[in-house]
Ligand binder design. Sequence first.
Ligand SMILES: C[S@@+](CC[C@H](N)C(=O)[O-])C[C@H]1O[C@@H](n2cnc3c(N)ncnc32)[C@H](O)[C@@H]1O
Length: 285
Amino acid sequence: MTRPERAAAREVLELRSRYTAADLGVFTAEEARRYVSPGGGDPRTNVILAWELLYRLEPELYERLASVERLHPGVVDWLPRHADRIAEVGAGTGRLTMELIERARQVVAVEPATPLRRILMRKLAAAEHGGRARVLPGFFDRLPLPDGYADLVVACSAFTPAAGHGGEAGLAEMERACRPGGCVVIIWPNHIDWLTARGYQYVCFPGPMSVEFGSHAEAVELTGIFYPKAAGEVRRRGLRTVPFEVLGINPPRDLAFKVLGRPGERTLPAWPPAAAGPDLPARTR
Ligand SMILES: C[S@@+](CC[C@H](N)C(=O)[O-])C[C@H]1O[C@@H](n2cnc3c(N)ncnc32)[C@H](O)[C@@H]1O
């Protein structure tokens, strides 16, 4: 099958069935080294690999999901409003980046997947913030930033303790790129204990959260691809607004942060704000 034929065949398939080992050739050598195990990989059994293929083969489909899967407003409000420089890693199509551009003199968005960078650049250009924000290729463990570059170094739904998606080297690299007195923030963390063991504090914002799809038809289509266990209930109940409990994942309502350096070195005065909300279990996706 040619690539367009494969694309047509997978239209209605759930994420873990959309791609095969034949698609792994889309990765650059740098990407393959991080995402594909030496013996090869199968996206039908490794859903993390399937997500990476999604970003490169169907970036607009990812953008459709990310644009309806919105962050808790408390998370966005918690972030500093007046920073000199912000660096975001794993920026994707800019779910968080678009919230950051008003908050700093300079924003650098680092994103390894070329197709996602293109979408993000298009969105930044439309928002007329192209001058203030730069989009660069890079990885958690190899950031294109000098030591102490930013007051805030942040990742949203991207960092994990796994080496290919951050790990020890990636966290050390984010901290290297942070100014003494600045802050590293991991939004929607998936391994809170791992981060707290490394000196991070946890903040979680309460209240019900849902994904608001554009229509019931879109809810059926996108849950069928990304949350197949929930698709039957979405269809049966005619839902357009789908609570995260139905999707079966923890909502994007939490973060872990670490202020670097000594208290006298703080570059973001009167920040961070006091912690809010009860601790909740870690994200399950
Ligand atoms: C679930 S998406 C989140 C994107 C965006 N931050 C958002 O919230 O919509 C995960 C992102 O992490 C990026 N990513 C994966 N591996 C990475 C790595 N080793 N270094 C930096 N980013 C990475 C992916 O390309 C993708 O953009």
